[in-house]
Design a protein around this ligand. Structure first.
Ligand SMILES: *Cc1c(COP(=O)(O)O)cnc(C)c1O
Length: 223
C-alpha cells in the first residue's frame, strides 16, 4: 500500500459512522490525488478555484469536489462550473452571486456557510451573531439555485486545545440553533465541516460530519 492509501485507511478507521473525509489535495500533483482515489477516496478539497478547475478534468467523474478556500467574487463563475460543493461562502453578497451564476448555467449547487470563530483576523466568514441575524431576518431565503447544506469553520491555529474545543463547541451550538429555527424545514441542512489534520478528533466530538484533512494524508505541501 502507498503511504497515502495507508494514511486514508488509518484515518477512516477512526471516523465514526456518518462522518465523511474530505482529502485536502491543494498544492499536490494529480498523481497523488489518483493514489488517494485508487484507495477509495472520492471527496477532494481544494482552496483555490484555478487549481480546482485544472484538476477536475484530470480526475474521474465520480469525484466530489469541495471548494474550501476564500472565493473572490470575480471567480464565482468558474467555481460554480467546477465545484460540487462550495464550503466557503463567507458573505451574503457571495451567496447571492453564486446563486445567480448557478441559475445562469442551469444548475443547483450545494453551498455551506463559513462561520468565523477563530481568533485570527485573516480567516473569513460570518460571525455567529451575523449569521443568526441573517437567518432570522430572512436574508438566506429566496435563493433558487443553491442548497445550503450546513456550516464550515476553522479553529484558531494554536496549541491551546481548550480554545480549539471552545470554538468547535460554538460552531456546534450555532448549527443546532439554525437547524431548529431558520432551517427547521430544510432536511438538507445537515452538515458541519470542521476539523483538520491536527484537530479533527476534537471536531468530531463536537458534531463534525465532514473532516478536511490534507497533511495527515498527503504529507507536507510544497508551495
Ligand atoms: C489546507 C486546509 C485544510 C487542511 O489542512 P491540513 O492541516 O493540511 O489538514 C483544511 N481546511 C482548509 C480550509 C484548508 O485551507
Amino acid at each position: 500500500m502507498s503511504d497515502i492509501a495507508s494514511n486514508i485507511t488509518t484515518i477512516k478507521a477512526q471516523l465514526p459512522a456518518g462522518v465523511r473525509l474530505v482529502a485536502v489535495s491543494k498544492y499536490h500533483p494529480i498523481e497523488r490525488l489518483q493514489q488517494a482515489y485508487d484507495a477509495g477516496q472520492r471527496i477532494f478539497g481544494e482552496n483555490r478555484v484555478q487549481e480546482l478547475a485544472s484538476k477536475t478534468p484530470q480526475m474521474p467523474d465520480d469525484v466530489e469536489w469541495h471548494l474550501i478556500g476564500h472565493l473572490q467574487t470575480n471567480k464565482a463563475r468558474l467555481a460554480v462550473q467546477h465545484a460540487t460543493v462550495i464550503q466557503s461562502i463567507d458573505s451574503l453578497r457571495l451567496l447571492r452571486l453564486v446563486d445567480k451564476e448557478a441559475a445562469r448555467i442551469g444548475r443547483t449547487i450545494q453551498v455551506m456557510l463559513q462561520l468565523h470563530v477563530a481568533q485570527e483576523e485573516t480567516k473569513s466568514g460570518f460571525t455567529p451573531d451575523e449569521l443568526l441575524e441573517a437567518a432570522n431576518s430572512g436574508e438566506l431565503d429566496g435563493l433558487t439555485n443553491v442548497t445550503i447544506t450546513g456550516l464550515m469553520a476553522m479553529a484558531t491555529n494554536t496549541d491551546d486545545m481548550t480554545q480549539v474545543e471552545r470554538e468547535f463547541a460554538t460552531v456546534q451550538q450555532v448549527f443546532e440553533t439554525l437547524k431548529s429555527t431558520a432551517f427547521a424545514g430544510s432536511p438538507a441542512f445537515a452538515e458541519v465541516s470542521m476539523g483538520m489534520s491536527d484537530d479533527w478528533s476534537i471536531a468530531v466530538r463536537h458534531g463534525s460530519t465532514l473532516v478536511r484533512i490534507g497533511t495527515a494524508i498527503f504529507g507536507p505541501r510544497e508551495y
